[in-house]
Write a protein of this length. Structure first.
Length: 314
């Protein structure tokens, strides 16, 4: 790439589905579309700067200390002992803030992958995760890994523990396809967390543990029927579904089209369904979007295989 001042890279990082119905705060997976893009350039002028942000409608801060992408890069540079490195960032937002698609996670992961690439992979990919989690803390007040871990590592990811951090990349069955629908509504992550019950019954907890274990087993066994039976949530969905108009009608529409399961992506308002082929996923997407239109709600729809790759250089 020549001298540092000429080094640049363009990186894509994917949207993610967090929770995966039964796995609140501990499960997530990546998709191929949508996603965010970052162009990063090393410069001779010390410090991390944001040159421009496109597609955010002016919602995101240009202050490098307050933007998740630049803040994570600043932390990374300090950790490797090069805090005076000059970095210029251009961010292309391809999905809305507060969508339930892991928008902030995608941006942060793209930035970290870009700087690590420019500096010749100074750190292994998994070592970038704590910096990405700090970016999530800045973005939404909670440093959870269920979006950033799959965005960074690709595929299905389980966060077994946060203290100490223990993240496991799970097996991704080939051919598993996700239909992802983002209604044009906004649900703030902070608000969606506030309404969750802080205590649950032992009966509900046991049922939820069984579903999480069943889902992980189903992924490894490539057992679609077991995956389908396990995509049930008795703790979070009954509360958060109130934030999404006609949620249970949307769910039934998806199941009628052959979905293995249907749920809220992250904290919403995006919803998703898993299926075993592209045609079924397209039918699910179309049926859900059509019902949303009858409610006067426009939406964006995507169909994607589960993304086992994670971020990539474009």
């Amino acid at each position: 790439m020549g001298d540092d001042c000429c080094k640049s890279v363009k990186v894509f990082a994917p949207a993610t589905v967090a929770n995966v119905v039964c796995g609140f705060d501990v499960l997530g997976f990546a998709v191929y579309a949508p996603g965010d893009e970052v162009i990063m350039r090393l410069t001779d002028e010390a410090g991390v700067k944001i040159k421009a942000i496109h597609g955010d409608e002016g919602k995101l801060p240009l202050d490098p200390a307050k933007n998740t992408v630049s803040a994570a890069v600043i932390d990374y540079l300090q950790a490797i002992g090069e805090p005076e490195r000059g970095v210029e960032i251009t961010l292309f937002k391809k999905m809305p803030v507060g969508s339930g698609l892991g928008s902030s996670a995608a941006s942060t992961v793209a930035g970290l992958f870009a700087i690590n690439t420019l500096l010749e992979e100074r750190l292994p990919r998994e070592a970038l995760l704590p910096f990405a989690m700090a970016g999530e803390q800045l973005a939404c007040g909670q440093g959870h890994a269920d979006n950033v871990a799959p965005a960074l590592m690709g595929g299905f990811v389980l966060i077994r523990s946060y203290d100490p951090l223990d993240v496991i990349r799970l097996h991704t069955p080939p051919g598993l396809v996700c239909a992802l629908i983002h209604p044009h509504l906004e649900v703030a992550t902070r608000d969606a967390r506030r309404i969750i019950r802080q205590q649950v019954s032992l009966k509900d907890a046991v049922q939820q543990w069984g579903n999480i274990a069943g889902l992980v087993s189903g992924l490894y066994r490539e057992d679609h029927a077991l995956i389908s039976r396990s995509l049930q949530d008795v703790i979070i969905e009954p509360v958060r579904s109130m934030l999404i108009p006609d949620f249970y009608t949307l769910k039934q529409k998806a199941l009628d089209q052959g979905a293995l399961g249907f749920g809220i992506s992250g904290s919403g308002p995006a919803v998703f369904a898993l299926s075993t082929d592209q045609d079924t996923a397209c039918s699910i997407r179309d049926a859900v979007q059509e019902h949303l239109r009858t409610l006067g709600i426009e939406s964006d729809g995507y169909v994607s295989q589960v993304n086992a790759e994670g971020p990539r250089i474009m």
